[in-house]
Design a protein around this ligand. Structure first.
Ligand code: G3H
Ligand code: 13P
Ligand code: ZN
Length: 283
């Protein structure tokens, strides 16, 4: 069934687990995630970036996810990941997204508050949940110094002001993760997470979670992360599946034969994440 992001994440916040938010770009990725969610009896957030919308078309993506959600026995939310423009966000609301992210994290605090507040007003009037971001995620190869950390990572007091003034439903924070493949091992600022969670007492989001060691994910969940974004690990699973067919059966030319192992690989990754995040059996 199709639900809002807030319905899924308020429950996760109350019961102390995290829900996977998985990026899709095509039908095979969506089907792999939905099958995993059904088998794990897990609520799930399907998200599309602006790049995914450009690639596949908002109507294709939204129609596919609506169909998948209608057929699914588990709660499914459709979320815009890293929305940066007013027009994309409005277009998502008009196309039946049940959650949108306004990413104003590159703006100074006052400006981030102003753009986020505007989106919250519109989205809430339409029954759509809103995620915002405060603080900046690092680059995958960054070796961040203490000073840089303070400049980039989410400031707890600013987070309190941000949530109070914007009325956002869940907040993405910067505590040391980065998008894409890590070169070294990411070091998460758990103390900062703990402080922010205690001050805000609301659902908190972790971006750039692919490649973060399992024990760090478990600790982050225990300290109050409720939405965990995964894209890179799914991309890798897809590509390795396709590549294995191309290498082992170079004469193969049926796209279905190329995509079948890719789908199985992605499904396995998603099921493992759901168990790790603690959302298996929570549907
Ligand atoms: O956070 C970014 C996501 O991994 C989406 O990436 O913009 O290449 O679709 P993308
Ligand atoms: P990864 O690609 O590192 O998993 O990050 C995904 C993400 O944060 C999407 O918003
Ligand atoms: Zn992200």
């Amino acid at each position: 069934m199709l639900v809002t992001g807030k319905q899924i994440l308020d429950k996760a916040h109350k019961e102390g687990y995290a829900v996977g938010a998985f990026n899709i770009n095509n039908m095979e990725i969506l089907q792999a995630i939905i099958e995993a969610a059904e088998e794990e009896k897990a609520p799930v957030i399907i998200q599309t970036s602006e790049g995914a919308i450009k690639y596949a078309g908002i109507d294709y993506l939204s129609t596919m996810v609506h169909l998948a959600a209608r057929k699914a026995s588990v709660p499914v939310a459709l979320h815009l990941d890293h929305g940066t423009t007013y027009s994309t966000i409005i277009s998502c609301i008009r196309n039946g997204y049940t959650s949108v992210m306004i990413d104003g994290s590159h703006h100074p605090l006052d400006e981030n508050i102003a753009v986020t507040k505007e989106i919250v007003k519109i989205a809430h009037a339409c029954g759509v949940s809103v995620e915002a971001e405060l603080g900046r995620l690092g680059g995958v190869e960054d070796n961040i110094s203490v000073d840089e950390k303070d400049a980039m990572f989410t400031d707890p007091d600013e987070a309190v002001r941000f949530v109070k003034e914007t009325g956002v439903d869940y907040l993405a924070i910067a505590i040391g993760t980065a998008h894409g493949k890590y070169r070294g091992e990411p070091k998460l600022d758990f103390e900062r997470l703990d402080t922010i969670k205690k001050l805000l007492n609301m659902p908190i989001v972790l971006h750039g979670a692919s490649g973060v060691p399992e024990d760090a994910i478990k600790k982050a969940v225990s300290l109050g992360i409720n939405k965990i974004n995964i894209d890179t690990d799914i991309r890798v699973a897809f590509t390795e599946g396709v590549r294995s067919v191309i290498i082992n059966k170079p004469e193969e030319y049926d796209p279905r034969k190329l995509c079948a192992p890719a789908k199985e690989n992605m499904k396995k990754v998603v099921k493992e994440k759901m168990r790790l995040f603690g959302c298996s059996g929570k549907a």
